[in-house]
Design a protein around this ligand. Structure first.
Ligand SMILES: *Cc1c(COP(=O)(O)O)cnc(C)c1O
Length: 349
């Protein structure tokens, strides 16, 4: 056994695998099962998602978020189409052109909006900007829930987005790398912010909330899911031993851990933001609705925190230091971070 390394607030991906997912991996490991998703565990996990969303949806398991977003978007458009997303959307800033690659050239068009959300007026402006054949035809609207800066669209905001999308005949895709955190914040049935707002496809993230790897791509528009299995296979995303992705989902869905852990991560972020907000030199940049806290710090303070061993990114979203809480973030970690910041400030003053 190795020794545990210090917890960080750098990314929710730094965390390990939660016990619910680990236990289920042990459980499905017994015996032989059909491969490529034909096993009973994968079927059961798909059924559980249909139960969770209380609708007949098509479910696919993919290794990571980049491929989930890219393949889902590719399924909704042709190569001559365009995809509207926020300027700071993960698909624009952090997927190395994969959405364009897998859609064979569909262009991403940047929308504006405060707090990481897309403003409906910006959607309309982009669609109306040009209507001629020389412009890549807008076909998909991609939104992140929770957003890259830790805010969450309300159900009413999503309904307004859908109304705008529908009026321009845009399909709606949701990057739900932190969908659990959004559900936890809003405290609504998952259906209310997906099926009920007319979402076409959701990329439901697992790896940031207690899974080792594995995301679920969930099509509410069943027609759009046609031949998606071939798309996954061609992209190298069809897991031979799919039961090991499905098992982790079974572990967190059956126990309710997916929501409990998201609630925990959100609560940690809220506490961190509250405490940081009390420090004069620190500015909290966005309402901490999900599990992220973005702060503006003096450069000297940032350097002093890094010197004390803390890792954090400053290139995400709109800049500032990003602090992420995860399913296993402890109070001890939060307190240690705050303690180090306060001592660093005393030394700097
Ligand atoms: C982490 C993340 C993803 C997925 O990233 P992968 O590294 O490809 O798993 C997608 N969208 C958002 C908003 C993310 O934060």
């Amino acid at each position: 056994m190795g020794t545990a390394s210090q917890q960080q607030l750098a990314s929710d991906n730094y965390s390990g695998v939660c016990p619910e997912a680990l236990d289920y991996l042990q459980k499905v490991n017994l015996g032989h099962e059909p491969s490529y998703g034909e096993d009973r565990w994968t079927k059961e996990a798909c059924d559980l998602f249909r139960e969770l969303f209380d609708t007949d949806c098509a479910v696919f398991f993919i290794f990571n978020g980049t491929a989930s977003n890219s393949l889902a978007i590719a399924a909704l458009c042709h190569s001559y189409h365009s995809v509207i997303c926020n300027r700071i959307a993960h698909i624009e800033t952090d997927e190395c052109g994969a959405p364009e690659f897998f859609s064979h050239g569909a262009k991403l068009l940047m929308a504006e909006g405060a707090n990481g959300k897309i403003d409906t007026r910006s959607i309309t402006e982009i669609v109306m900007r040009r209507r001629d054949i020389h412009y890549p035809k807008p076909r998909v609207l991609s939104i992140s829930q929770a957003t890259e800066v830790g805010t969450v669209y309300t159900a009413a905001e999503l309904r307004a987005i859908k109304e705008t999308a529908e009026s321009h005949r845009l399909k709606l895709q949701m990057d739900g790398a932190r969908f659990s955190n959004a559900v936890a914040h809003l405290n609504v049935p998952p259906r209310e912010i997906t099926v009920d707002v007319g979402l076409d496809v959701l990329c439901f993230g697992g790896s940031k909330n207690g899974l080792a790897l594995g995301e679920a791509v969930i099509f509410f528009d069943l027609e759009a899911a046609a031949e998606f299995d071939y798309r996954c296979k061609q992209a190298g995303q069809l897991a031979a031993k799919m039961r090991f992705i499905a098992a982790q989902w079974l572990g967190v869905l059956k126990s309710g851990a997916w929501l409990r852990y998201a609630q925990h991560a959100n609560a940690c972020a809220a506490k961190l933001a509250e405490e940081l907000g009390r420090i004069e030199e620190v500015e909290v940049m966005f309402p901490p609705e999900a599990n992220a806290v973005f702060v503006q710090l003096p450069a000297a303070l940032m350097a002093a925190m890094r010197e004390r061993g803390w890792i954090f990114y400053t290139f995400i979203g709109a800049g500032g230091a990003r602090l992420m809480c995860s399913w296993d973030t402890t109070e001890k970690t939060i307190n240690a971070f705050l303690h180090d910041m306060k001592t660093a400030l005393v030394a700097l003053r």
